[in-house]
Design a binder for this molecule. Structure first.
Ligand code: GLA
Length: 661
């Protein structure tokens, strides 16, 4: 990652799909984009079939016209390579490039993204198109960014076809060197799974009983690497033919898309770009957004990133597509900016008349320009223009929350002690608890440098490396405050249990030892002797070398330690062996952040989010009451001086350039 967001200030942008509209609409589009303050558009994502209508014929004329109109209108372009959805002539000629699921079913054309990431024939045709795009548009002054494919892994994060199987075997041979090493790593002595050669290995297709978990885990790793490899193939063409334009792709750092290890992708991208949609199926959709934004910033190494796509209102793909209420569009967009986004993009410019996404919101709704939604979009464009000076300012955080895709994949595999234990649930819970205290957390890889953080939280890091254990040990000895929660440090990178007692990797550092897990049945709770309530998980825990802070008073293990604390070197290591409810999680977060001397922004509470980006204080009030928050300076949104407190109405926001900072 080398580039900052290549658009001016905090730019507003959108996907633009002009092929869905007659040319007469294109001119009106550019006029309306200017009215709304659109600074960039993503062009060409799904244009392949019309850019290359036949195998040996390209038709760029209409696309040139659109590009010139945008350029004349002063709108910058994030140019897609147009390879996301192959045209029917290609899938008809080469059905062997279609993806196959774990049950052996082909995913047929008729939708989008029907291609196998390992398919050589798909790659060959995609590269030919990318070369055309790069030669034709690679030095056009409007083109500021290249956008490889689209949401790589969306719909087809894994493919189980025979071509993928061969690629998987090559990946395994490269990882393990010999089949004996693989047998050892996969524990194939179990259930007669011993392999004689790599040729006998298949992708983990459906099986009669529980599949080998390390096989599944390695297939997840391979699938992430294989898509990244595909990204590299396109990127290398772009770098060769259009060396001055940065290259990225839109990531999906969300709670439902766990198939790519974006920490390993980041070094290959010139800029981190992310798509995010609020998900009404989650218990705390806005908290999930904040978490995702902090994780995206972690993927970006702490720097700025680009929100490539989001929704002005409802999406079309949830069972109940909740529309944004007045003011929510601004608030949700500012939340992204507060947490490091230096540009706010949307899907899409004009709501489609036809196709599978015709009920997805857009900047211009079906109702047209004369609509509240478009007026809100214009207002958002103006607000982002006012806060443009924020771009590039670093988000300030002195808490780190450790996160790992490998651990997520491994933790959520089947045949574990509790089907209700879910990795992101644990991570979200702790992120939300600190956020509600006015604390900003960086969400970072477990092997990151932790030395600058006052508090490190490690929720349910089931799979942990020796390096992570050593790093946490050094962090605490050096004066850090650490919280590790249940079902952490259980296995190594091969998903083998760390023997001798749980939580294996962190047992010594924490001074505790669990001999057995005692998960709780759904709907049951336990009480701790400090009055806390918890559910889902308990452990037969002893604390040979730690102070017991709280014990269970009921449930399967009355009198057993639930929360422990150990002073180590200059620091302190806490262990929490159960899932506290929201109030108790908040109380423990309060104690830990106070003990650690973590910066807390005064005025934060559930529904009122405060974040500091450099000299700018963001106040986001999602609550139903006005709030007063201490601040001195100038509110960029209202243009009003702030002397002592800033008043923020219910559903409103302030972005204060603070004095003297
Ligand atoms: C993603 C995709 C878009 C569109 C939207 C719908 O952002 O990139 O093409 O499908 O989702 O929410």
């Amino acid at each position: 990652m080398t580039s900052s967001v290549p658009f001016d200030g905090i730019s507003m942008g959108c996907d633009y799909n002009p092929e869905q509209w007659p040319p007469s609409v294109w001119r009106e589009d550019v006029t309306l984009m200017r009215e709304a303050g659109v600074g960039f558009v993503t062009l060409g994502v799904f244009s392949w079939a019309l850019l290359q209508p036949e195998p040996d014929r390209y038709d760029f004329g209409w696309f040139d016209e659109v590009l010139e109109l945008l350029h004349e209108g002063g709108i910058a372009v994030d140019m897609a390579t147009a390879t996301a959805a192959p045209p029917p002539w290609l899938t008809t000629a080469h059905p062997e490039m279609l993806p196959v699921d774990a049950e052996g079913r082909t995913l047929w054309p008729g939708s989008r993204q029907s291609w196998c990431p390992s398919s050589p024939v798909f790659r060959e045709h995609a590269v030919a198109l990318v070369e055309q795009m790069a030669r034709r548009y690679g030095s056009h002054p409007a083109v500021r960014l290249w956008h490889v494919s689209n949401e790589l892994g969306c719909h087809i994060g894994k493919c189980w076809c025979d071509v993928s199987a061969a690629a998987f075997r090559r990946w395994l041979a490269n990882r393990y060197g010999s089949i004996d090493v693989l047998n050892d790593a996969w524990g194939t002595a179990f259930w007669s799974q011993h392999y004689r050669s790599f040729e006998e290995v298949l992708p983990p297709r459906i099986t009669p009983a529980v599949p080998n978990p390390t096989h599944e885990l390695d297939f997840a790793r391979f699938s992430s690497d294989e898509l990244l490899d595909y990204y590299r193939v396109e990127r290398d063409v772009l770098r060769r033919l259009s060396p001055d334009v940065p290259v990225t792709t839109n990531l999906m750092v969300s709670s439902h898309q766990s198939e790519q290890d974006y920490f390993s992708w980041a070094p290959e991208l010139d800029l981190i770009a992310q798509d995010h949609y609020l998900d009404a199926r989650l218990p705390h959709p806005h908290a999930e957004q904040s978490f995702t934004d902090d994780l995206t910033r972690g993927v970006a190494g702490g720097g700025s990133w680009l929100l490539m796509e989001s929704a002005t209102s409802a999406v079309n793909w949830q069972p109940f597509n909740v529309a944004k209420r007045p003011g929510e569009l601004l608030l949700d967009s500012l939340r992204h900016v507060a947490r490091g986004a230096d540009g706010i993009g949307f899907f899409q410019w004009r709501a489609s008349r036809a196709g599978g996404e015709k009920f997805h919101s857009a900047l211009v709704p079906h109702a047209g320009r004369d609509s509240e939604r478009f007026r809100e979009v214009v207002g958002l464009g103006e607000a982002l223009r006012r806060i443009g000076e924020v771009a590039g300012s670093p988000v300030e955080a002195d808490v780190a929350l450790l996160f790992d895709w490998n651990s997520w994949w491994a933790c959520d595999l089947s045949s574990h002690p509790s089907a209700e234990l879910r990795y992101v649930d644990a991570v979200h819970r702790w992120h939300r608890a600190v956020t509600e205290l006015g604390v900003t957390a960086d969400v970072v890889h477990p092997e990151s440098d932790l030395s600058r953080y006052r508090l490190v939280i490690v929720p349910t890091l089931y799979l942990s490396s020796d390096a992570t254990a050593a790093s946490l040990d050094a962090y605490v000895r050096g004066g850090g405050q650490l919280l590790v929660t249940y079902f952490s440090g259980i296995v190594d990178e091969s998903d083998h249990i760390r023997l001798g007692g749980y939580p294996g990797a962190f047992r010594e550092l924490l001074g505790v030892r669990a001999e057995e897990f005692a998960p709780l049945l759904p709907g049951t709770t336990v009480t701790l002797d400090d009055g806390s309530t918890a559910d889902r998980w308990t452990e037969v825990l002893t604390a040979p070398d730690a102070e017991v802070v709280a014990r269970y008073t009921d449930g399967p293990l009355p009198g057993t330690p639930a929360l422990t604390r150990r002073a180590v070197g200059d620091g302190v290591a806490w262990y929490l062996a159960t899932r506290l409810d929201d109030a108790a999680t908040a109380a423990l977060a309060d104690r830990l952040t106070r003990d650690a001397g973590v910066t807390r922004l005064a005025g934060a509470e559930p529904g009122v989010e405060l974040v500091r980006r450099g000299r700018y204080l963001f106040v986001l009030n999602r609550g139903h009451e006005p709030v007063k928050v201490p601040a001195h300076g100038y509110d960029l949104l209202t243009g009003v001086n702030v002397e002592g407190t800033v008043d923020v109405q219910a559903g409103g926001a302030a972005v204060v350039r603070e004095e003297g900072s």
